[in-house]
Design a protein around this ligand. Structure first.
Ligand code: ADP
Length: 470
């Protein structure tokens, strides 16, 4: 069953208050009743002892006889209070017995007491106590006193318990109302940001990725959740932009070579142009651009769909850097670029070919975006948890606005410029996907006109992820 938070919290609070008040009432009643009963038992016992002491004085030691008249009066007085007295001499002969004397009255008194006890729900048992009657250190007989204990009929005592219960009832009622009110207030405090979140997430699910929570006040967890939703919307917006841009870019990339090839072939078919080897070569080159693009797309989807099965082995990053540099010898000479490799050997576990591809892409960019006679530096550093490789150039650099997007597919900082350099905007996306498949990290720092620095961190064998790196 679905209940609103308000109902659930209020009901929870009310239940807690009810249980607490009920437990307090029960405990208080039990405790006070027990104390009363103990007190009454002690009172009754001391009254019975007083009766025994009173009877002792009714024996005349010198004459060796009992004052039966007084004992009779004494016994009847005690019977009125619910005490049945039986006096014996030392030979166990009965001197005076309330039941023998007036059995009907005795039964009437006792049944009255039982009736009272049943009415007031007090449970006492009929007990009989024996007290020795001693005068001047000589025992003269004994008395048996029977009475219901604990038994009390004093209205004050009942009133006290009744008053206590009424107070607890009032306190319980007020607390209950307070609990429900507090529950409603608290629930409103919790529910209102949740309702707001429901509205916002609904909007996001409907495609409005621009919506955001404004920085507000509230519980830490709620603020954290709002922050996460903002981040989610931001990343969805980013993904959406990339998707849109990628579709446009792919369409654009395909349109130009296809249009060129179509126009040339059309002219040849219609006999306007002759199919010279030069024209056919131009068509072939355009088709090469298209297949290059398709290759990049396949490569990316293979890596990003986690189909990338890494053939892990020990890879020395310094050796890797030297081998990549070797592949660029010609172009380095052509552009009169200086390329230095510094650092010590650093072994990480990874897929050698894939890591080669990463460093190749970084160096390829450094070469592409360096001006003639520029300087490229490859630095290898060894840290406890990771192998670090940096590629630095003093080339054209990347602007602050473009920098956050360079790792996205088909992103080219300056489109006309990159087309001239032959870039398709996937080199860094591929590098990032490979580094991430190795649980590593990649970062770019750059200043327009001053150059760029690309750093990769690759975890060593036992390091699962790189918490200590940016
Ligand atoms: P591309 O094939 O276009 O070079 P990449 O994914 O390798 O694609 O790079 C994306 C964009 O990042 C490039 O178009 C370029 O504008 C920018 N870029 C990458 N590396 C550098 C660098 N070392 N210097 C300046 N710009 C760079």
């Amino acid at each position: 069953m679905k209940y609103k938070i308000r109902v659930q919290i209020s009901a929870g609070f009310a239940l807690i208050v009810l249980i607490t008040v009920a437990l307090i009432s029960l405990a208080a009643n039990l405790l006070i009743n027990r104390q009363f009963e103990k007190h009454v038992e002690q009172d009754q016992a001391s009254f019975a002892r007083g009766l025994a002491a009173g009877l002792t004085e009714q024996y005349d030691m010198a004459a060796r006889e009992w004052n039966l008249d007084y004992i009779h009066g004494f016994g009847m007085y005690a019977l009125n209070d619910g005490y049945i007295i039986r006096v014996y001499n030392l030979k166990n002969d009965i001197i005076w017995d309330a039941e023998n004397h007036d059995m009907t009255f005795c039964h009437q008194v006792m049944s009255d007491i039982r009736l009272q006890m049943a009415k007031k729900k007090v449970g006492g048992d009929l007990i009989t106590c024996r007290y020795d009657l001693v005068q001047d250190n000589t025992q003269i007989g004994y008395v048996e006193i029977s009475y219901y204990s604990p038994y009390y009929s004093d209205e004050n005592e009942f009133q006290f318990i009744r008053a206590l219960n009424s107070i607890l009832l009032v306190v319980g009622g007020v607390s209950l109302l307070g609990a429900v009110a507090a529950g409603i207030l608290l629930a409103r405090k919790i529910a209102s940001p949740i309702s707001k979140m429901t509205d916002v997430t609904k909007e996001i699910s409907e495609g409005n990725y621009c919506i955001r929570f404004e920085a507000g006040q509230g519980a830490e967890e709620i603020l954290a959740l709002e922050h996460s939703i903002n981040q989610m919307a931001e990343s969805l917006q980013k993904q959406e932009n990339i998707r849109k841009r990628m579709t446009t870019d792919v369409a654009h990339e395909l349109r130009t070579p296809i249009a060129n090839v179509s126009a040339q072939l059309e002219a040849i078919i219609e006999g306007v142009w002759e199919a010279t080897p030069q024209r056919l070569k131009s068509c072939y080159e355009e088709l090469g651009r298209i297949s290059g693009l398709i290759y990049d797309l396949e490569e990316l989807s293979q890596i990003e769909n986690e189909n990338l099965k890494l053939q892990k082995e020990s890879v020395d990053l310094l050796e890797l850097a030297c081998s990549v540099k070797g592949a660029f010898e010609n172009i380095l000479q052509e552009k009169k670029l200086q390329c230095d490799i510094t650092g010590n050997s650093c072994v990480v576990t990874g897929d050698k070919n894939r890591l080669h591809q990463v460093v190749y892409n970084l160096v390829s960019n450094a070469v592409k975006y360096s001006l003639e006679a520029g300087k490229i530096e490859i630095v290898v550093e060894d840290s406890k948890a990771a192998g670090i490789l940096m590629v630095r150039d003093n080339g054209i650099g990347i602007s602050d606005e473009e920098l956050p997007f360079i790792f996205e597919r088909f992103y080219r900082a300056d489109k006309s410029r990159s087309r001239k350099t032959g870039g398709r905007g996937v080199g860094l996306a591929i590098a990032k996907a490979i580094v991430q498949a190795h649980n590593g990290k990649i970062k770019a720092e750059s200043q327009i006109g001053a150059g760029s620095l690309f750093t990769i961190w690759l975890p060593k064998e036992r390091a699962e992820t790189l918490h200590d790196f940016p």
